[in-house]
Design a protein around this ligand. Sequence first.
Ligand code: UGA
Length: 438
Amino acid sequence: MHISVIGSGYVGLVTAACFAEFGLQVTCMDQDHRRIAALESGEIPFYEPGLHDLVGKGRQAGRLTFTTNLTQAVEQALVIFIAVGTPPRDDGSVDLSAIEAVATGIGREMTSYKVIVTKSTVPVGTGRQVISWIESSLREPVRFDVVSNPEFLREGSAIEDFIRPNRVVLGAERDESVAILKDLYQPLYLIETPIVVTSLETAELIKYASNTFLATKISFINEMSVLCEQVGADVRLVAKAMGLDGRIGSKFLHAGPGYGGSCFPKDVDALVATGKEHRCEMGIAKAAVDANVRQKTRMVEKIRTALGDLNNKRIGVLGLSFKPNTSDIRESPSIAIIRLLLKEGAHIQAYDPEAMRETAQQLPELKLCSDSYEVSVDADAIVLATEWNQFRNLDLERIKTQLRTPIFIDLRNVYQPARMAKMGFQYWSIGRPSLPPA
Ligand code: UGA
């Protein structure tokens, strides 16, 4: 079967490469000529483990091709995935102009039956709008179906999440389109992936409900971490014991500097905005957002307390991306905290394994270091902001000798308080008692 994917961002490119891996013929279309030219020469525009090889494999097998030509992408395919950006507006609602442009373009080019699938995260009601955008741009009467197939992959483990998902959600109106989509996902039958078939509206809401629930779980444990610090409890053990209850589950209970990325902050805001539109107060989602903002400020307070004062202090920061295994710094807590520290007169020197280029563009005033160790040279403190694997086994003796004062602020609870104290660090972490250096 031939399919097309419109949009070559995170979701679009991973979807295209993974469907090609499933054995389908895939055309990936993007209007950005430079991006397509780069992809055609084997360059991947962002870092995602395994994606470079998977795209290469698909291209070599002749199953994955790239184009800027929408006519070609529509003509060849039976199923067309829309995976373009849905950026937030200032009021938290979602800007659907890219979806509208693509839907209208598809309608104009269509000459035979197609299934148009929204993969982008879109607010409830968008599927119906896509139907009307397509209908109003058709040049001749053509049958088509619209399906909502939200994506649940995470950056950093995108391929694994796509190939081994917990579930596939299909929001559709007619059995014919469901059967076609099930056919595409057939390789997942071997691993017995549940497929949830619903209406368009339900599928659209499942995505927002899932992301908001996960964000709320993080905000909850982050608030618990503050209480833990006050009463001398250990948030890691609180989370571990909570997670052993099957009704709660252990995932997404790691306390840290707050959630970031291109999805949670945007999607929780969008759900609140949808609630407002339908006069339905989304109090819990709002509280999760507020707690997340507070968490970042608290991190700065923690650093200030550790250092006494921030003005003119030199702080080494390990990790800039919003989480490990990605070069993405969108809504990264590390970047937000760095901005606040800079405002208070601190000097920052930082390192990240993949996100240096993106950071240099956004924060040119930052001193970027060439490795994990340069950040500690003559610094008053080290802040571990993103838990990349290579920061889990640092040569701590070397760091201690390079620091002006042995202050280590671990915003991801990577190290053990007792061991750090024994090594002579003033060690600060999240939701765990701070021990004085031994
Ligand atoms: C998230 C969802 O997990 C995916 O299922 C969804 O498909 C995606 O959004 C999307 O809507 O496209 P992603 O943004 O890639 O994926 O990253 P996550 O792994 O979910 O992490 C989000 C943030 O939460 C990160 O800043 C991470 O550090 C933070 N986090 C996560 C915590 O602070 N604690 C945790 O226990 C887990």
